[in-house]
Design a protein around this ligand. Structure first.
Ligand code: NAD
Ligand code: UDX
Length: 458
């Protein structure tokens, strides 16, 4: 019988399942099992309709599923049979008790660690794939070291840097793979095993190693830096709107400085997603807990600017639509937190939707992929919102359109057709700067963009 490396991943979400699918595809000597407590999610991973939308993922999953990739709810069995365990459970912001609204809620993580301890019958390498506060590996080690039956657990940190919408490409061609370990003989041996797995498809010079805490911290800091760029450009977008400068021109001019670079300079209605806010708040919490209040404040402002940007957008809508939105029909195009995903976690569109419902707007939300998640996220408001996938149908009879997600199709819509079926004066708020605003203005729209002067007919 073939001598497989048995890999288990606990957590079949946006990170666990795509990452394991790529490992299974690239590492034929690995048998990869992905387990989850969510039975429905596992059923979907085993079906023709995967539980998440991620371009290119379907092809990879179907090429390896049932061969060396398996999805299961049998967590105990998975733990028993494994040599290597990735833990990719969710680590949301804590909503209760000390650190509520800022610290990471480690309950799912801790439960996974206890399950590993309870059901292990042989030594294992346990890998942190979830994003975690610095020093979590140390806590995990403490939990696992309770075992006194001769079983060893070597803990590694291997944070995931994929972005949704480009996850498959990010996994196949990562900028880097980071592996943190203890710098002991056993720690280095475990690290080498993981390096060998990634070496199946990642260049050796892109696989970097560090101590565990540097690895844990690097993940939080990477997200902090990316989000900080978005908040920086968004803060300047406010200044552009009142000075007639154009944020795209400013971003181009600064981005061509090779020391700055052009990525993550798209001004928007604000960043969303399950990671940026949560990871920055976690960083803030860690800094505060070490008494580094100025450092904490610096990073907290990245989140504050993001809230400001979203609120500013809604206030601008109210002001430009003659100070009342009550009973007016408004259509949101795009509820995913970015294009090419069905994920709506922390999506600015949801924030805007909630504010508009408070203003008693008759709201319609359209999105090509994310309507199911949107309905779940806004289920307390569903009596006030209609969901229509087709953007033409969704915008019939509306006073305003808001583009919240930069889906490619929204830049190519027939806006002449849409304008004709809207109530006049017709407003278009482009929260992603993706439409040809001059053309839309010529059609008759009053056009409001991010970081650009308004184009109005009144
Ligand atoms: P997710 O919510 O999509 O998936 C997590 C899964 O873990 C869920 O399906 C949940 O049911 C399962 N789970 C929780 N506890 C479990 C347990 N004890 N046993 C078995 N299954 C359990 O979350 P995600 O987006 O995949 O994120 C996972 C981690 O990866 C988080 O720490 C996140 O910060 C990090 N991360 C996410 C992204 C991203 O783009 N989503 C990118 C990089 C890192
Ligand atoms: C992010 C990190 O990029 C990734 O490395 C990490 O592993 C997880 O968190 P993700 O949240 O999936 O990935 O998407 P990302 O592309 O980073 O976008 C985050 C948010 O910022 C989105 O709402 C996006 O629309 C917004 N954004 C991004 C901007 O508003 N402007 C930009 O220029 C870039």
């Amino acid at each position: 019988m073939k001598n497989y490396i048995n890999i288990l991943c606990i957590g079949a979400g946006y990170v666990g399942a795509p990452t394991m699918s790529v490992i299974a595809q690239k590492c034929k000597e690995c048998k990869v099992t992905v387990v989850d407590i969510n039975k429905k999610r596992i059923e979907q991973w085993n079906s023709d309709t995967l539980p998440i939308y991620e371009p290119g993922l379907n092809e990879i999953v179907t090429s390896v599923r049932g061969k060396n990739l398996f999805f299961s709810t049998e967590i105990e069995k998975g733990i028993k049979e494994s040599d290597i365990i990735f833990v990719a459970v969710n680590t949301p912001t804590k909503e209760f008790g000390f650190g509520a609204g800022m610290a990471t809620d480690l309950q799912y993580w801790e439960k996974a660690a206890r399950q590993i301890l309870e059901h292990s019958e042989s030594s294992k390498i346990v890998i942190e794939k979830s994003t975690l506060p610095v020093k979590t590996a140390e806590s995990m080690e403490r939990i696992l070291q309770k075992s006194n039956n001769g079983i060893r657990f070597d803990i590694l940190s291997n944070p995931e840097f994929l972005a949704e919408g480009t996850a498959v490409n990010d996994l196949l061609n990562p900028d880097r793979v980071l592996i943190g370990s203890k710098e002991t003989k056993d720690g280095l041996k475990a690290r080498k095993k993981l390096v060998d797995i990634y070496s199946n498809w990642v260049d050796k010079d892109k696989i970097i190693t560090s101590n565990i805490w540097s690895s844990e911290l690097s993940k939080l800091v990477a997200n902090g830096f990316l989000a900080q760029r978005v908040s920086s450009i968004n803060s300047i977008s406010a200044l552009c709107e009142v000075t007639n400068a154009d944020i795209k021109e400013v971003a181009k001019a600064i981005g061509m400085d090779s020391r700055i670079g052009s990525k993550f300079l798209n001004a928007s209605i604000g960043f969303g997603g399950s990671c940026f806010k949560k990871d920055i708040l976690n960083l803030v919490y860690i800094c505060k807990s070490y008494g580094l209040d100025e450092v904490a404040q610096y990073w907290e402002n990245v989140v504050n600017i993001n809230i400001y940007q979203q609120e500013r957008f809604v206030l601008k809508m109210i002001k430009s639509m003659f100070n009342t939105l009550a009973s007016r029909k408004i259509c949101i195009l795009g509820s995913a937190f970015k294009a090419n995903t069905d994920d709506t976690r922390e999506s600015p569109a949801l924030f805007i939707a909630r504010k508009l419902v408070e203003e008693k707007v008759e709201l319609v939300i359209s999105d090509p992929r994310a309507l199911n998640n949107t309905k779940l996220s806004l289920k307390d408001l569903n009596e006030s919102i209609s969901y229509i996938e087709d953007p033409y149908e969704a915008s019939i009879g509306s006073h305003a359109i808001i583009i919240c997600t930069e889906w490619d199709k929204y830049s190519k819509l027939d806006y002449n057709k849409i304008y004709k079926q809207m109530v006049k004066p017709a407003f278009l708020f482009d929260g992603r700067n993706i439409v040809d605003r001059k053309k839309l203005f010529e059609i008759g729209f009053n056009v409001f963009s991010i970081g650009k002067s308004d184009l109005t007919h009144y």
